[in-house]
Design a protein around this ligand. Structure first.
Ligand code: PRP
Length: 180
C-alpha cells in the first residue's frame, strides 16, 4: 500500500532490486581482482549502498561521508557541506562513490574534487538516480540505475524534511505536502 503523502509509485521494490543486481554485476566486472573503498554518501544513499555492496561479489572496504545540500527545503541549495568525513585514507586507493541521486551535481563535484585531491587512484561513481534536467555543473555518474524527471521524489533513502527515507519504493510526493 502506498504512503498517503505520496501521489504514485515511480519505482517499485522489485524494479529497484533488479537494477541493484545489474549495478553490482557491472562493478564486479570493473573491480575484478581489487578491493575498492566503497563510500556511502549519507544519508540518502544508505539503503542503496547496503543493498549494492551486499549484491557485489567483490570484497570492499566500507566508508561513510555525509554531505548536505538540501537542508529542509525541497530544492537543492547548491552549496554542499561536509558534515561527516571518512575514517580511512583514500590515497592510492580505488574509490567507489555511491550516491542516491545526482541533481544539480554540486555534491558530486565537491566529493570528486575532495577525494581526487586526497590522491585516490581511481574514482568511480554509481548513482541510483540521475536527474539530468536539474544539472548546474557538468557532472555525471559512471553508472546510473534510473533517469528521473523533475519531480519531487522520496523513499528508498530519499527524504523530504528527513521523512519517508525508509519507504521500500520510490514515489512522487504529493505537492500539498511540501507546499504547506
Ligand atoms: C542529496 C543526495 C545527494 C545530493 C544531490 O543529499 O543524497 O547527495 O543531495 O544533490 P546535488 O546534485 O544537487 O548536489 P542531501 O543534501 O539532501 O542530504 P541527504 O543525503 O542526507 O538527504
Amino acid at each position: 500500500m502506498i504512503h498517503p503523502d505520496c501521489e504514485r509509485i515511480l519505482l517499485t521494490e522489485e524494479e529497484i532490486a533488479e537494477k541493484v543486481k545489474q549495478a553490482a554485476a557491472w562493478l564486479d566486472e570493473r573491480y575484478k581482482g581489487t578491493t575498492p573503498i566503497a563510500v556511502s554518501v549519507l544519508k540518502g544513499s544508505a539503503l542503496f549502498f547496503c543493498d549494492l555492496v551486499r549484491a557485489m561479489k567483490t570484497p570492499v572496504f566500507m566508508e561513510f561521508m555525509m554531505v548536505s545540500s538540501y537542508g529542509g527545503s525541497s530544492v537543492s541549495s547548491g552549496i554542499p557541506k561536509i558534515v561527516l568525513d571518512l575514517s580511512a585514507s583514500v590515497e592510492g586507493k580505488d574509490v567507489l562513490l555511491v550516491e542516491d541521486i545526482v541533481d544539480s551535481g554540486h555534491s558530486l563535484a565537491k566529493m570528486r574534487a575532495l577525494l581526487e585531491g586526497r590522491g585516490a587512484k581511481s574514482f568511480t561513481v554509481v548513482t541510483l538516480l540521475d536527474k539530468p534536467s536539474r544539472r548546474q555543473v557538468p557532472e555525471q555518474a559512471d553508472y546510473s540505475c534510473f533517469e528521473v524527471g523533475n519531480e519531487f521524489i522520496v523513499g528508498y533513502g530519499l527524504d523530504y524534511d528527513q521523512r519517508y527515507r525508509n519507504l521500500p519504493y520510490i514515489a512522487v510526493l504529493k505537492e500539498s505536502v511540501y507546499t504547506k
